[in-house]
Design a protein around this ligand. Structure first.
Ligand code: DGY
Length: 313
Protein backbone atom coordinates (compact mmCIF):
# COMPACT_ATOMS: atom_id res chain seq x y z
CA UNK A 1 0.00 0.00 0.00
CA UNK A 2 1.27 3.49 -0.84
CA UNK A 3 1.92 5.97 1.98
CA UNK A 4 -1.03 8.33 2.39
CA UNK A 5 -0.36 12.04 2.42
CA UNK A 6 -2.55 15.12 2.66
CA UNK A 7 -1.77 18.10 0.44
CA UNK A 8 -3.46 21.42 -0.27
CA UNK A 9 -4.25 20.49 -3.83
CA UNK A 10 -4.25 21.29 -6.70
CA UNK A 11 -0.47 20.89 -6.82
CA UNK A 12 1.55 22.04 -9.79
CA UNK A 13 2.12 19.40 -12.50
CA UNK A 14 5.83 19.03 -11.70
CA UNK A 15 5.04 17.96 -8.13
CA UNK A 16 2.21 15.70 -9.32
CA UNK A 17 4.66 14.02 -11.66
CA UNK A 18 7.33 13.59 -8.98
CA UNK A 19 4.81 12.06 -6.56
CA UNK A 20 3.05 9.84 -9.10
CA UNK A 21 3.03 6.19 -8.04
CA UNK A 22 4.85 6.98 -4.77
CA UNK A 23 2.07 8.25 -2.51
CA UNK A 24 -1.68 8.44 -2.33
CA UNK A 25 -2.72 12.12 -2.13
CA UNK A 26 -5.76 13.13 -0.09
CA UNK A 27 -7.24 16.65 -0.12
CA UNK A 28 -6.63 19.20 2.64
CA UNK A 29 -10.17 18.88 3.96
CA UNK A 30 -9.08 15.56 5.48
CA UNK A 31 -6.57 17.41 7.67
CA UNK A 32 -9.35 19.77 8.79
CA UNK A 33 -11.85 17.01 9.52
CA UNK A 34 -9.51 14.22 10.69
CA UNK A 35 -9.14 10.79 9.15
CA UNK A 36 -10.08 7.28 10.19
CA UNK A 37 -7.23 5.88 8.12
CA UNK A 38 -3.67 6.62 9.23
CA UNK A 39 -2.02 9.56 7.45
CA UNK A 40 1.74 9.37 6.94
CA UNK A 41 2.65 12.82 5.67
CA UNK A 42 1.51 16.41 5.16
CA UNK A 43 2.62 18.36 2.10
CA UNK A 44 2.05 22.13 2.35
CA UNK A 45 2.00 23.87 -0.99
CA UNK A 46 0.21 27.24 -0.75
CA UNK A 47 0.90 28.12 2.91
CA UNK A 48 -2.07 26.39 4.64
CA UNK A 49 -2.05 26.74 8.44
CA UNK A 50 -0.79 23.75 10.42
CA UNK A 51 -1.05 23.69 14.21
CA UNK A 52 -1.09 21.29 17.13
CA UNK A 53 -4.84 20.70 16.92
CA UNK A 54 -4.50 19.56 13.34
CA UNK A 55 -1.54 17.35 14.19
CA UNK A 56 -3.56 15.74 17.00
CA UNK A 57 -6.19 14.80 14.43
CA UNK A 58 -3.49 12.99 12.45
CA UNK A 59 -1.74 10.65 14.89
CA UNK A 60 1.18 8.71 13.44
CA UNK A 61 2.16 11.51 11.05
CA UNK A 62 5.81 11.03 10.08
CA UNK A 63 6.69 14.23 8.26
CA UNK A 64 5.55 17.68 7.15
CA UNK A 65 7.16 18.85 3.94
CA UNK A 66 6.77 22.45 2.82
CA UNK A 67 7.14 23.69 -0.75
CA UNK A 68 9.14 26.84 -0.04
CA UNK A 69 11.51 28.17 2.56
CA UNK A 70 9.15 30.24 4.75
CA UNK A 71 7.34 28.11 7.31
CA UNK A 72 5.52 30.79 9.33
CA UNK A 73 2.22 29.04 8.55
CA UNK A 74 3.38 25.91 10.42
CA UNK A 75 3.54 25.92 14.21
CA UNK A 76 7.05 24.52 14.47
CA UNK A 77 6.93 24.12 18.25
CA UNK A 78 3.76 22.01 17.92
CA UNK A 79 5.41 19.77 15.34
CA UNK A 80 8.58 19.47 17.46
CA UNK A 81 6.54 18.63 20.56
CA UNK A 82 5.06 15.70 18.63
CA UNK A 83 8.41 14.64 17.18
CA UNK A 84 7.38 15.43 13.59
CA UNK A 85 10.19 16.76 11.36
CA UNK A 86 9.38 19.72 9.12
CA UNK A 87 11.20 20.05 5.79
CA UNK A 88 11.61 23.14 3.63
CA UNK A 89 13.60 24.26 0.57
CA UNK A 90 16.31 26.74 1.58
CA UNK A 91 19.26 27.85 -0.52
CA UNK A 92 17.80 27.42 -3.98
CA UNK A 93 15.42 30.35 -4.15
CA UNK A 94 17.68 33.11 -2.86
CA UNK A 95 18.76 34.30 -6.31
CA UNK A 96 15.24 34.35 -7.76
CA UNK A 97 13.81 36.10 -4.70
CA UNK A 98 16.58 38.70 -4.69
CA UNK A 99 15.97 39.26 -8.42
CA UNK A 100 12.31 39.92 -7.58
CA UNK A 101 13.32 42.36 -4.84
CA UNK A 102 15.44 44.19 -7.34
CA UNK A 103 12.73 44.10 -9.99
CA UNK A 104 10.40 45.83 -7.53
CA UNK A 105 13.09 48.29 -6.46
CA UNK A 106 13.75 49.30 -10.06
CA UNK A 107 10.07 49.37 -10.97
CA UNK A 108 9.09 51.47 -7.95
CA UNK A 109 12.08 53.84 -8.19
CA UNK A 110 11.66 54.42 -11.92
CA UNK A 111 7.82 54.27 -11.93
CA UNK A 112 7.79 51.52 -14.51
CA UNK A 113 4.28 50.16 -13.99
CA UNK A 114 2.77 53.63 -13.88
CA UNK A 115 4.78 54.47 -17.03
CA UNK A 116 3.53 51.32 -18.74
CA UNK A 117 -0.08 52.30 -18.01
CA UNK A 118 0.58 55.82 -19.32
CA UNK A 119 2.34 54.59 -22.46
CA UNK A 120 -0.69 52.45 -23.32
CA UNK A 121 -3.28 55.12 -22.51
CA UNK A 122 -4.90 57.90 -24.51
CA UNK A 123 -3.08 60.66 -22.59
CA UNK A 124 0.27 59.76 -24.09
CA UNK A 125 0.32 61.97 -27.14
CA UNK A 126 3.87 63.29 -27.10
CA UNK A 127 7.18 62.87 -25.28
CA UNK A 128 7.60 65.34 -22.43
CA UNK A 129 10.94 65.47 -20.58
CA UNK A 130 9.13 66.78 -17.51
CA UNK A 131 6.82 63.88 -16.81
CA UNK A 132 7.09 60.93 -14.52
CA UNK A 133 10.43 61.66 -12.93
CA UNK A 134 11.51 58.88 -10.62
CA UNK A 135 14.24 58.39 -8.06
CA UNK A 136 17.88 57.60 -8.79
CA UNK A 137 19.05 54.07 -8.11
CA UNK A 138 22.81 54.20 -8.64
CA UNK A 139 24.57 56.18 -5.96
CA UNK A 140 21.67 55.84 -3.52
CA UNK A 141 21.61 53.82 -0.30
CA UNK A 142 19.85 50.51 0.11
CA UNK A 143 18.97 49.42 3.64
CA UNK A 144 18.53 45.67 3.93
CA UNK A 145 16.59 44.39 6.92
CA UNK A 146 17.56 40.75 7.40
CA UNK A 147 21.02 39.85 6.10
CA UNK A 148 20.32 36.16 5.60
CA UNK A 149 20.82 34.21 2.39
CA UNK A 150 18.34 36.35 0.44
CA UNK A 151 19.58 39.60 1.99
CA UNK A 152 23.11 38.77 0.86
CA UNK A 153 21.97 38.15 -2.71
CA UNK A 154 20.19 41.51 -2.64
CA UNK A 155 23.38 43.19 -1.37
CA UNK A 156 25.35 41.64 -4.23
CA UNK A 157 22.91 43.04 -6.79
CA UNK A 158 22.95 46.46 -5.11
CA UNK A 159 26.73 46.66 -5.44
CA UNK A 160 26.47 45.88 -9.14
CA UNK A 161 24.03 48.79 -9.41
CA UNK A 162 26.54 51.06 -7.69
CA UNK A 163 24.44 51.47 -4.56
CA UNK A 164 25.70 51.90 -1.01
CA UNK A 165 24.58 49.06 1.23
CA UNK A 166 23.60 49.36 4.88
CA UNK A 167 21.88 46.60 6.81
CA UNK A 168 20.27 45.63 10.06
CA UNK A 169 20.18 42.09 11.35
CA UNK A 170 19.92 40.28 14.67
CA UNK A 171 23.65 39.60 14.41
CA UNK A 172 26.35 41.42 12.52
CA UNK A 173 27.54 39.59 9.42
CA UNK A 174 31.19 40.46 9.01
CA UNK A 175 31.56 38.35 5.88
CA UNK A 176 28.72 40.22 4.14
CA UNK A 177 30.26 43.49 5.29
CA UNK A 178 33.54 42.55 3.61
CA UNK A 179 31.98 41.09 0.48
CA UNK A 180 29.49 43.87 -0.25
CA UNK A 181 30.99 46.83 1.63
CA UNK A 182 27.86 46.67 3.75
CA UNK A 183 27.64 48.87 6.84
CA UNK A 184 25.78 47.66 9.91
CA UNK A 185 23.28 50.17 11.33
CA UNK A 186 20.78 50.10 14.16
CA UNK A 187 17.19 49.61 12.98
CA UNK A 188 16.36 53.28 13.52
CA UNK A 189 19.50 54.56 11.83
CA UNK A 190 18.79 52.35 8.85
CA UNK A 191 15.25 53.73 8.52
CA UNK A 192 16.43 57.33 8.66
CA UNK A 193 19.40 56.80 6.32
CA UNK A 194 18.21 54.53 3.51
CA UNK A 195 16.75 55.68 0.20
CA UNK A 196 15.41 52.16 -0.33
CA UNK A 197 14.46 49.88 2.57
CA UNK A 198 14.15 46.23 1.60
CA UNK A 199 12.59 43.69 3.97
CA UNK A 200 14.30 40.31 3.62
CA UNK A 201 13.63 38.84 7.07
CA UNK A 202 11.48 35.84 7.97
CA UNK A 203 8.11 36.44 9.63
CA UNK A 204 8.36 35.70 13.35
CA UNK A 205 6.92 37.09 16.56
CA UNK A 206 9.83 39.58 16.50
CA UNK A 207 9.23 40.81 12.95
CA UNK A 208 5.41 40.85 12.84
CA UNK A 209 4.39 44.52 12.45
CA UNK A 210 8.04 45.61 12.31
CA UNK A 211 7.15 48.44 9.94
CA UNK A 212 4.23 50.47 11.28
CA UNK A 213 3.28 54.15 11.59
CA UNK A 214 6.24 55.07 13.78
CA UNK A 215 8.80 53.41 11.53
CA UNK A 216 7.31 54.84 8.33
CA UNK A 217 7.45 58.30 9.91
CA UNK A 218 11.20 57.86 10.40
CA UNK A 219 11.83 57.11 6.74
CA UNK A 220 12.78 59.87 4.29
CA UNK A 221 9.93 61.39 2.30
CA UNK A 222 11.81 60.24 -0.79
CA UNK A 223 12.29 56.69 0.50
CA UNK A 224 10.91 53.55 -1.10
CA UNK A 225 9.90 50.45 0.86
CA UNK A 226 10.26 47.01 -0.74
CA UNK A 227 8.78 43.93 0.92
CA UNK A 228 9.90 40.50 -0.28
CA UNK A 229 9.54 38.97 3.20
CA UNK A 230 5.96 38.33 4.34
CA UNK A 231 2.95 40.65 4.35
CA UNK A 232 2.48 40.87 8.14
CA UNK A 233 5.99 42.32 8.59
CA UNK A 234 4.34 45.58 7.48
CA UNK A 235 1.21 47.15 8.95
CA UNK A 236 -0.97 47.51 5.84
CA UNK A 237 -3.15 50.36 7.16
CA UNK A 238 -0.09 52.38 8.17
CA UNK A 239 1.59 51.79 4.80
CA UNK A 240 -1.56 52.77 2.91
CA UNK A 241 -1.72 56.05 4.86
CA UNK A 242 1.98 56.76 4.38
CA UNK A 243 1.72 56.22 0.62
CA UNK A 244 -1.55 58.13 0.21
CA UNK A 245 -0.16 61.15 2.10
CA UNK A 246 3.22 60.81 0.36
CA UNK A 247 4.94 60.49 3.68
CA UNK A 248 7.16 58.04 1.81
CA UNK A 249 7.68 58.12 -1.93
CA UNK A 250 6.63 54.64 -3.02
CA UNK A 251 6.51 50.95 -2.19
CA UNK A 252 7.13 47.72 -4.07
CA UNK A 253 5.40 44.72 -2.54
CA UNK A 254 5.72 41.07 -3.42
CA UNK A 255 3.64 40.15 -0.37
CA UNK A 256 0.72 41.80 1.41
CA UNK A 257 -1.37 41.33 4.52
CA UNK A 258 -3.89 39.96 3.89
CA UNK A 259 -2.85 38.18 0.73
CA UNK A 260 -4.54 38.85 -1.57
CA UNK A 261 -5.84 42.22 -0.44
CA UNK A 262 -9.62 42.69 -0.74
CA UNK A 263 -10.28 43.92 -4.29
CA UNK A 264 -11.60 47.24 -3.02
CA UNK A 265 -8.65 47.91 -0.67
CA UNK A 266 -7.47 51.56 -0.88
CA UNK A 267 -3.85 50.45 -1.37
CA UNK A 268 -4.82 49.02 -4.75
CA UNK A 269 -5.95 52.45 -5.91
CA UNK A 270 -2.62 54.18 -5.32
CA UNK A 271 -0.21 54.91 -8.14
CA UNK A 272 2.88 54.91 -5.96
CA UNK A 273 2.72 51.23 -5.11
CA UNK A 274 3.78 48.35 -7.33
CA UNK A 275 2.40 44.98 -6.26
CA UNK A 276 3.29 41.48 -7.40
CA UNK A 277 1.21 38.44 -6.42
CA UNK A 278 3.92 36.72 -4.31
CA UNK A 279 6.24 35.92 -7.20
CA UNK A 280 9.57 35.90 -5.30
CA UNK A 281 10.65 32.40 -6.27
CA UNK A 282 8.36 32.08 -9.29
CA UNK A 283 10.68 31.07 -12.09
CA UNK A 284 10.36 27.77 -13.88
CA UNK A 285 13.86 26.74 -12.85
CA UNK A 286 13.58 27.63 -9.17
CA UNK A 287 10.09 26.24 -8.75
CA UNK A 288 11.24 22.93 -10.28
CA UNK A 289 14.09 22.68 -7.78
CA UNK A 290 11.70 23.53 -4.94
CA UNK A 291 9.44 20.72 -6.14
CA UNK A 292 12.33 18.26 -6.26
CA UNK A 293 13.64 19.12 -2.80
CA UNK A 294 10.25 19.22 -1.12
CA UNK A 295 9.31 15.85 -2.62
CA UNK A 296 12.67 14.43 -1.56
CA UNK A 297 12.09 15.71 2.00
CA UNK A 298 8.63 14.16 1.99
CA UNK A 299 9.78 10.75 0.75
CA UNK A 300 12.74 10.67 3.17
CA UNK A 301 10.43 11.52 6.07
CA UNK A 302 7.93 8.85 5.02
CA UNK A 303 10.79 6.33 4.99
CA UNK A 304 11.85 7.43 8.49
CA UNK A 305 15.13 8.90 7.17
CA UNK A 306 16.61 12.32 8.05
CA UNK A 307 15.30 15.03 5.72
CA UNK A 308 17.56 16.74 3.22
CA UNK A 309 16.55 20.12 4.70
CA UNK A 310 14.93 20.01 8.10
CA UNK A 311 13.76 23.23 9.75
CA UNK A 312 15.22 23.68 13.20
CA UNK A 313 12.62 24.80 15.71
C1 DGY B 1 8.88 30.77 0.24
O1 DGY B 1 9.72 29.97 -0.19
O2 DGY B 1 8.74 30.98 1.44
C2 DGY B 1 8.03 31.46 -0.75
O3 DGY B 1 7.24 32.43 -0.16
C3 DGY B 1 7.15 30.48 -1.50
O4 DGY B 1 6.43 29.72 -0.62
Amino acid sequence: MLPRIIADTPLNPVIEELLAGKVEILPWVVALDGSREPIDGLYTYGHPQVDGEMLDRLPGLKVISNYGVGVDHIRLADAAARGIPVGNTPGILDGATADMGFTLLLAAGRRLVEGDRYARGGEFTRYDPGYMLGREIHGSTLGIIGMGRIGRQVAKRARAFDMNVVYHNRRRDEQAEALYSARYLSFIDLLTTADYVMLCCPLSEETRGLIGREQLALMKRTAILINIARGPVVNTAALTEALASQQIYAAGLDVTDPEPLPRDHPLLKLNNVTIAPHLGSATEQTRRQMAEISVENLLLGLAGEPLKHQVLS
